[in-house]
Design a protein. Structure first.
Length: 157
């Protein structure tokens, strides 16, 4: 009798473990899908304080993406003109409180048209990727129009 009871209990434990494994596996996929966001993004960048030196920065005047609010700073690692006629620089977008993303901008200095891309970030910008078309709007202002995706679980897979 004890043997049959032990066998039945063992079978129930195995069944419960299998059910838990299936549940966790299915749940993980759902959580990953829910943590990914994609969409369009528009930013107005204001560069009246940019000094054309490594470490120079511009400030976001407006943004329609909550994780990159107005006041965010974009720091440029290289000075314009190398190669000649271009700003071709690594950049850091600092949204404050340790929320940053890294990327690269290439802008043709004759027209101030260009492209900026971001490959990853930290803090709330963990898993952030974006591609922006840069256009000059006059004075110290530039539009960045593009698309983004953010997958907070990307670096955990």
């Amino acid at each position: 009798m004890k043997s049959r009871f032990t066998t039945t209990r063992f079978a129930l434990v195995l069944l419960a473990a299998a059910a838990l494994t299936v549940s966790l596996t299915t749940g993980t996929g759902s959580l990953s899908a829910a943590s990914e966001q994609k969409g369009d993004i528009h930013i107005l960048k204001e560069c009246s304080q940019y000094n054309f030196l490594p470490g120079g920065f511009c400030t976001l005047a407006s943004s329609d993406f909550a994780l990159i609010p107005p006041g965010t700073k974009i720091y440029y690692d290289q000075a314009p003109g190398v190669p000649e006629g271009l700003l071709d620089s690594n950049i850091v977008l600092d949204a404050g409180a340790g929320n940053r993303t890294i990327g690269r901008c290439t802008v043709y200095l004759a027209t101030f048209a260009g492209l900026c891309t971001f490959s990853d970030g930290i803090g709330t910008l963990d898993g952030f990727q974006a591609r922006f078309v840069v256009s000059y709007t006059g004075g110290p202002n530039y539009n960045w129009d593009g698309t983004y995706s953010i997958d907070h679980d990307r670096n955990r897979k």
